[in-house]
Design a protein around this ligand. Structure first.
Ligand code: 5GP
Length: 187
């Protein structure tokens, strides 16, 4: 028994596939930043928390970790394009190499806003790692350096991604295929 109805959530990537991809990305990031100076990973809340937690354990470098909060969707499944900072970084990133860690890049509007904001803080460099990329949803050009999985234009949930504020704790990434994946939970 689970709190959700498994017949209404189709698994796209299971926990083992996500773990394997985090391992590969961690190795790639380790190689790319070796000997390059201070690296700060910046996780975008709330969705990136499982991804950054798993990713950093595969990065063999003395990194710093910070978070900031952004909100763009409200409770709907289409980007409003209006981005709000709900929480700022705890430390300055001036002179540091920054790697932004995001759950998903869809329209790109959130990332565009964030990159412009970070540039004003004079980091040594800024790169982007996203667990998921939906190229069909893209409305603005944003550079993405590390992509976990490229996915079709569907609304995904789990592993940090929410459905009406819930389902972030699913250990896999899935697509909701029916109404009310949890009794009483609707968008
Ligand atoms: P963008 O600004 O690129 O359209 O969207 C970025 C944010 O929208 C993500 O950080 C995420 O919070 C939310 N988002 C985009 N696509 C999805 C999706 O398929 N599922 C969920 N749960 N959130 C999404």
């Amino acid at each position: 028994m689970s709190f959700y109805d498994p017949t209404k959530i189709e698994v796209l990537y299971d926990a083992a596939s996500i773990e394997a991809r985090c391992r590969q990305l961690g190795a790639q990031i380790t190689a790319d930043y070796q000997g390059r100076g201070e690296l700060a990973l910046v996780g975008v809340l709330r969705g990136s928390f499982p991804f950054i937690a798993d990713l950093v354990r595969h990065i063999d470098l003395p990194i710093e970790i910070d978070f900031l909060g952004l909100s763009s969707y409200g409770e709907r499944t289409e980007s409003s394009g209006i981005v709000r900072m709900t929480q700022d970084l705890s430390e300055p990133v001036r002179g540091k190499h920054v790697l932004v860690v995001e759950d998903i890049v869809d329209t790109g509007l959130t990332m565009k806003y964030l990159l412009a904001n970070l540039q004003t803080r004079e980091p040594a460099s800024v790169r982007v790692a996203t667990l998921l990329h939906k190229p069909e949803g893209q409305r603005v050009e944003v550079p993405i350096d590390y992509i976990g999985f490229t996915i079709p234009n569907r609304f995904v949930v789990g592993y940090g991604l929410d459905f009406a504020g819930k389902l972030r704790n699913l250990p896999f990434i899935g697509v909701v295929v029916g109404d009310e994946p949890v009794p009483g939970l609707r968008l």
